[in-house]
Design a protein around this ligand. Sequence first.
Ligand code: ZN
Length: 493
Amino acid sequence: MKFIVKPRNRYIEVIAQGKEGVVIFPTYVPGSYVIRELERNVVEIEGFRITKNKFYVKENFKYLVYASSRDQREAISTNDYLFINPPAVFPFQNIYEKYCVKIETNWKVATTLQEENGYYCADNYHEFADSPIEASPELKVLQVDEGHYVSTIDDVDLAMLGKIVSEADKVIQPKDKYIFHFRRSDRNFGGIEHKKSTGIVVSWDKKDLSILFAHEYFHRLNVKKLVPKDLNHNYETEVYTDLLWFAEGFTDYMAHLICLRAGLNTPEEIFRRILQSLHNLTFPGAKRVSLSEASKTAWIKYYKQDENFLNASISYYDGGLALGFYVDLRLAERGNRIDELFKTLPERYTFRDVEKTLERLGFHELELANKPAYQIVEAIGRIIDLQFVDKGKKYYGLSLDNQRVKFVEENSPADLAGLMPEDQIVGVDGISKPLEVKDYVKLHVIREGRLKQIELRAGENPGHSLKGKIEGEHARKILSRDVVEAVYNSVII
Ligand SMILES: [Zn+2]
């Protein structure tokens, strides 16, 4: 198919050419496991509507797409800026035919699509959909080093990026050109990986970008070159894999290692972030759910997180990072490192492939990915010094945001006393003051506009805040120090 794009404020006009027949607009973006209903942005189309995202069209047809999303997974068009993640704007017919787009503007354009006679092209829809297009009169395309570029209307620390890519490329060993599409916004949208680029949009106050950049860049290998065998995107319905903990969590662990090796983060910072992930695996969800299970529920749980998430499930990012750390600790004991896994894993892999590759390197406990995730914390605690510093101390089992209850741990004193997420605490022992932990308090809360009185008795904390110490061969091999200590304090009181 061929498209000619005419950007205008908040809308993108498209003149399309294909075959007479059905066109399909994607409902989601690969790499982001949520049905976004991107087709909702089609506001006009020359064609006959069949379903929410399918139309019968003639060979040539026009359509109009509303484009004002600041999320780099979607598209935005303003009078001086254009960003298109292709699934948000372009439909497909046959995935395995050539797709080309022409941008009718004299602005500077950055994309990893191939330039051909004024068009930007890809051999099939998978490649096309995976290649964002950014344009602006103010666009700067900055060179990081041979083969790596940043496309941005803002500023970026090129020296930091240079260190990340040179460390990461020791494992990735890339060939093609790569673009970091980077923009500041009023919110943190994070990043999304593509085969030859990434889209990163973060708020102005986000200073430490190294791990985010390293994470998205490492996806170039892990999930774009090495892909779970069952992750076959169809752009319309959910696809399932039990390996997102590997695709995301191991990528995150590698991002931490890359930033450490590049000197961008200290061993203490890295170790504290690992403790943070372990902390997130100390809630009831981690006693129920394995990493594999959490991967399969990405669409309905991780991407649809509610106030009960930590009781019901786990993040496969946290779980995968923890397991990656455990694998690396074990491999380090045998003179190996986790890097070797990425050099020898088959390109389309199954769980068994990861398991076999790790067994060859000397790790024999991948079954942990199929057990409740808390067991990974216990396994790590058997080989490094991990202490729950709040274990047995007085606690209620809740977290607060401006005296509004955010989270209630299952079976905690707060749960047994009848507190609910969203309860607004307005009185503590008859006084308007912040809640503090003590044996007994009488609370006044507002729930659905009604004033309620709740008696809350502190109980024993099962242990969430972590103090860790890593030393000896483990510390030297992984964190390049003799001893590293760190603490992660939970917000649960
Ligand atoms: Zn990721």
